[in-house]
Write a protein that binds this ligand. Structure first.
Ligand SMILES: *Cc1c(COP(=O)(O)O)cnc(C)c1O
Length: 250
């Protein structure tokens, strides 16, 4: 561990490569440069690695475990609070992993966006905690489109019930901005692409049915499949390994 922390220059190199690959992918399919945001997924990587990424110009991060995110990002924000690099800019955090109901309160404290919302009950919980905090929470609704762990709403129908709930003004502290999905872990490009198309078409349908929600975000694409996701309309890619390297699961 000591060695790998001493030399973190690979993070800046990897980030530059990912920035330019995203730009290239946008150009290749005729999309505007800058239309795809990068969420740098820092789960299992220490605060030092995130700080190095911030110094290299990355401000948006994703974490999938709330406790880890809370201690890590509290530390990061403290150590960067007087640094020039964050002047006028905010470090922004997305929770991207399945959220247990006993973790919602902490998630509402630390996160700017919760992108793995998969039930109306969770929306109610987030709304309740955010009302106490007097904070508006951006959320993405996650649709299961074939990935193995079955995270997200299992059916589009259920997801649309949640949209109806939100459109009815029942959760004023929750602001839905779009959808999220994970493609199946496979080398079969056709299966991956079809998962992204499902999400895009679902968002189009949602905007036709609930135009007042003005949903615009499609969070899809990870290290192995983000170029396909960009071709299919992704507006934010969630990339961990290609920036921070392999994760050490301990
Ligand atoms: C870990 C994770 C990612 C990033 O995966 P990589 O393959 O490392 O890029 C993206 N999305 C979610 C939901 C994750 O849990």
């Amino acid at each position: 561990m000591e060695n790998s922390l001493n030399d973190l220059n690979y993070i800046e190199d990897n980030l530059k490569k990912v920035f330019s690959d995203i730009k290239e992918a946008e150009n290749a399919c005729g999309r505007k440069e800058g239309s795809v945001k990068l969420v740098a997924v820092s789960k299992f990587h220490p605060a030092e690695c995130v700080i190095r990424a911030v110094e290299a110009g990355q401000f948006l991060f994703g974490e999938n475990r709330v406790q880890e995110a809370l201690s890590k990002f509290t530390q990061i924000k403290e150590s960067l609070s007087n640094e020039k690099v964050t002047e006028g800019k905010n470090i922004s955090l997305q929770i991207i992993g399945k959220l247990q109901s006993n973790k919602v309160k902490k998630a509402c404290l630390i996160a700017d966006t919760i992108s793995s919302v998969d039930s109306i009950d969770l929306i109610k919980d987030i709304n309740r905690h955010c009302e106490t905090l007097n904070k508006k929470m951006e959320i993405l609704l996650e649709l299961h489109t074939g990935e193995d762990t079955k995270s997200g709403f299992a059916e589009e129908k259920e997801l649309f019930k949640a949209l109806e709930y939100l459109a009815g003004g029942n959760a004023p502290y929750v602001s839905p901005s779009g959808f999220m999905t994970m493609a199946p872990f496979t080398d079969d490009e056709k299966i991956i692409r079809s998962s992204f198309i499902t999400l895009r078409e679902s968002l189009e349908k949602a905007n036709a049915e609930f135009p007042e929600l003005k949903l615009s975000e499609l969070s899809m694409g990870m290290s192995s499949d983000y170029k396909i996701a960009i071709q299919e309309g992704s507006t934010q890619v969630r990339i961990g390994t290609a920036i921070f390297g392999q994760r050490l699961y301990t």
